[in-house]
Design a protein around this ligand. Structure first.
Ligand code: GLY
Length: 384
């Protein structure tokens, strides 16, 4: 058994954990990250939409402010990551086209566009014909659209690869081990123990374990955040050369009441997502999930039938009761949450890393992060 020490130990090497580790290391802080399979869970399955406007929900104003701050932070984050590693972070600033299929879909899209305008968000309503001018392969039956110039996408797998390289070059220690429990001394977290019995003692423990964050042994039950897994199935299709580019923007569609999104990558990949079901930690890909994604994708993009189905995969979104992340103090001194990002993990990566790094450095949660404290769920009051 080995006993390591570090200034900070991060539990979880998804995008959130990796970016936070990178930010801290850039500030000269010694960081250790623990994860048995870095970057292979939710962060690898996601489609990578940066969609604060197209995915806005009624009444989620604080989350919208955080999402907008993070979409604005992505270009500099991506540039910095590329400069540090020589690898692309996979940011594609293409804009997003929301489309509606039948008249009911169009009415729902118009209501959402009204709400988006009332919030001061940049959206432009389009006829079906104008939507097809932007994306000529859309079905003739597409009845209307909304153009959202500020919503983009990230190839999340490229972002993971770049961040893994970034933490390596910045001297972060990556331990490919599961954390068995958080070590405590009284009411203070002092590190973690790994499955192989090794320990990492640290002044700060950052829990970025996505849908598993509420299950960290060693953390008292009343302090655990209410994070639950919400399964999403995603398909990766390959567009043959002859049909490229099938799409040039992210397309989000409502087709006969069902939602689907199609995210094109420059190399000819088209990511189609995503189902949503609450089945605990089950990540089996079900035939019904694949069927519904393909049914809805081909309704709005008939050429879907001609694409190669390369991958069908399922992951777990870390959801919370109010759909917003849990950031900052946990009620256990030294333990910070960076979790619960639900549908917005890729989007919220830069801003979360910044908020958590600032909190570690200053001991104070920045204003933007304050609406997302664990204490909003009734956990014991924590100092901010
Ligand atoms: N943000 C897309 C999803 O969670 O499916």
């Amino acid at each position: 058994m080995t006993g390591l020490t570090s200034d900070v130990v991060v539990v979880g090497a998804g995008l959130i954990g990796l970016a936070t580790a990178w930010r801290l290391a850039a500030d000269g802080i010694q960081v250790t990250v623990c994860d048995p399979t870095p970057g292979t869970q939710t962060s690898a399955v996601a489609a990578g939409m940066l969609a604060p406007v197209t995915e806005v929900e009624y009444g989620e104003d604080d989350l919208l402010a955080l999402n907008l701050a993070s979409v604005a932070a992505w270009p500099a984050f991506a540039e910095e990551l590329q400069a540090a590693t020589g690898l692309s972070a996979g940011l594609h600033q293409t804009g997003t086209l929301s489309v509606a299929y039948d008249v009911d879909d169009a009415a729902a899209l118009r209501r959402l566009a009204d709400y988006q305008r009332r919030l001061g968000l940049e959206v432009e309503e389009l006829s079906g014909r104008d939507a097809r001018k932007r994306e000529p392969l859309l079905a003739a039956g597409v009845s209307g659209g909304v153009w959202v110039p500020g919503d983009h996408s990230v190839d999340n797998r490229q972002a993971v690869a770049a961040l893994l390289r970034a933490i390596e070059v910045s001297g972060v220690t990556l331990l490919r081990q599961r954390v068995s429990h958080v070590l405590t001394a009284g009411t203070t977290a002092v590190g973690v123990q790994l499955d192989n019995g090794d320990t990492v003692h640290a002044g700060h423990v950052i829990a970025a374990a996505g849908p598993w964050s509420g299950q960290l042994d060693g953390v008292p039950h009343e302090l655990r955040p209410p994070v639950r897994p919400v399964k999403g199935e995603v398909l990766r299709l390959r567009v043959p050369e002859a049909y490229r580019p099938a799409l040039t923007h992210t397309v989000r569609a409502t087709a006969r009441g069902f939602s689907v999104y199609l995210v094109p990558r420059p190399g000819g990949e088209l990511v189609v997502g995503a189902t949503s079901s609450e089945l605990g930690y089950d990540t089996r890909v079900l035939a019904g999930g694949v069927f519904s994604l393909l049914r809805d994708a081909r309704t709005v993009l008939p050429i879907t039938d001609e694409l190669e189905l390369v991958e069908a995969i399922a992951g777990l979104r870390p959801a919370t009761p109010d759909n917003a992340p849990v950031l900052g103090p946990s009620g256990l001194d030294g333990l910070l949450w960076a979790t619960g990002h639900y549908r917005n993990g890729v989007l919220l990566t830069p801003i979360t890393a910044q908020i958590i790094a600032d909190t570690v450095r200053t001991g104070v949660v920045p204003e933007l992060g304050k609406p997302f404290l664990a204490s909003r769920f009734g956990a014991p009051k924590v100092a901010t």
